[in-house]
Design a protein around this ligand. Structure first.
Ligand code: COA
Length: 431
């Protein structure tokens, strides 16, 4: 029997359909609510609002489950590569060997960045945050790679998708090199996606960069774990901006801007800054936990808490394992890792954190991993953006192909002044 929700407003009953997802989660379909009742719903922060139906990513925040196209994140982190996972997210299936080879060839062919774009990079002030540079440069890609009418829609889409995936990595490394005053290193056809990135970042004419397969694997894991997270802030931004039918570069550029925020992708940078501050102030972890639970102190423990996960973030569990692996492999000792471990231990036993279901999220460990690979702190969120790109693309594509597609346009409850007259300047009084 079809389930319905019964809504009573001023004694009048309305039946609203209930839709059920493939994993059993349910939603009241209110798409006809305003037409039927004249009322809208009020849900600041959208914590109770499903903005779309989707086949891409499933997450269960109570049980700590994350799957892309049905496949658990643990299996992908263990067995897949970022390129293969990108294909899976965007095309909805794991590629055959032939399809994967074709995809890799396209990524390789589109990996160079238009030489004229280098002038743009050189002209940003040295102090610019790379996320601001990246969002501008991704938006500028449309100007350098306009649509060619002779190409079919599918060809154009495939090319745009591979250009984005491939060039974002080249541009990220390029912006780092230029910011350091170093020469740009070009991508190599004989290196994998992640190996190429590390090489473009760290190769110098006087010291060749040795590719370490464990670091390559760590980069793949980092990107796979970030590749999609259903309707988070930046993905919602990509869908919303995309719903106005802008080109894909512009929609992705909007996602990068949203990701920049410290409550979203910027948290990995904020975690390292917080850990470093704790270290400089004598490593007194308890003081910071006490500050985090003090209602009169705006301080929050960065890397703790999540809108959806009310248990351990499954990505954080894998990331923690890789932090230890890389640190051990490189034989480095990081005092910030020690502080992080102590912080985690204290916070997880603290009644405030227990009551509020606050657990470490992926950003708590990802910064430590990147730091051990020598990625500079202001590049952390850029690396998150590279990882999230296939998810943004898949979500944008799904929304474009949705037969129920509409431009996204929320409503509001107005609480401002009622109608009043304009007062001429001569009659206005200084207070
Ligand atoms: N430290 C201390 N308290 C925290 C907290 C943190 N990191 N995160 C949430 N809380 C508390 C809030 O103060 C609030 O307490 P109250 O109900 O007693 O007022 C409660 O937990 C709910 O927080 P809220 O901000 O409403 O949850 P949210 O779902 O809107 O926010 C985050 C989720 C991620 C934005 C939030 O947990 C946060 O700011 N975390 C730190 C930043 C971070 O790590 N971001 C990366 C996310 S992957």
């Amino acid at each position: 029997m079809e389930e319905k929700a019964l809504l009573t407003i001023n004694g009048k009953n309305y039946e609203l359909p209930i839709i059920t997802g493939s994993e059993g989660e349910q939603a009241i379909d209110i798409s006809t609510l305003r037409k039927l009742t004249g009322l809208i719903t009020f849900d600041p922060g959208y914590a109770n609002t499903g903005s779309c139906i989707s086949t891409i990513t499933f997450m269960d925040g109570e049980k700590g489950v994350l799957r892309y196209r049905g496949i658990p994140i643990e299996q992908l982190a263990d067995k897949s590569t970022f390129v293969e996972t990108s294909y899976l997210l965007i095309n909805g299936k794991l590629p055959s060997q032939k399809e994967l080879n074709g995809f890799s060839v396209m990524l390789n062919d589109t990996s160079l960045v238009h030489e004229d774009m280098r002038h743009f990079f050189s002209n940003f002030p040295r102090s610019s945050h790379p996320m601001g540079i990246l969002s501008s440069m991704v938006n500028a890609l449309r100007a350098f790679y306009p649509e060619i009418p002779e190409r079919s829609e599918q060809e154009e889409l495939n090319l745009t998708v591979t250009r984005l995936l491939s060039k974002i990595r080249t541009m990220a490394a390029m912006s780092y090199r230029i910011s350091r005053g170093h020469s740009v290193v070009y991508p190599r056809h004989d290196y994998s996606y992640a190996a190429n990135f590390l090489n473009m970042m760290f190769e110098t004419p006087v010291r060749p960069y040795e590719i370490d397969p464990d670091l390559v694997k760590a980069m793949n894991v980092f990107w796979i774990l970030h590749a999609d997270h259903e309707q988070n802030c930046s993905t919602a931004a990509v869908r919303l901006v995309g719903s106005a039918r802008v080109n894909l570069y512009a929609a992705i550029s909007a996602g990068i801007c949203a990701l920049w925020g410290p409550l979203h992708g910027g948290a990995n940078q904020a975690v390292i800054e917080m850990l470093d501050e704790i270290r400089q102030n004598g490593s007194n972890v308890g003081t910071y936990v006490a500050r985090a639970r003090d209602k009169n102190d705006p301080f929050r423990l960065m890397g703790f808490g999540h809108r959806v996960y009310k248990t351990h973030d499954p990505r954080a569990i894998i990331m923690k394992k890789w932090c230890y692996k890389v640190i051990e492999k490189l034989n480095i000792s990081d005092p910030l890792l020690d502080i992080a471990m102590e912080l985690e231990e204290v916070a997880l036993k603290d009644p405030y954190f227990i009551d509020h279901n606050l657990y470490p999220n992926i950003d708590f460990y990802s910064g430590i991993l990147l730091r051990s690979i020598s990625i500079p702190i202001n590049m952390f969120t850029v690396l998150f953006a590279i990882g999230r790109l296939p998810g943004w693309i898949a979500q944008w594509k799904e929304s474009m192909e949705d037969p129920e597609w509409k431009i996204q346009r929320p409503r509001q409850v107005y609480i401002g002044l009622n109608e009043r007259d304009y007062i001429p300047m001569s009659e206005r009084k200084d207070k």
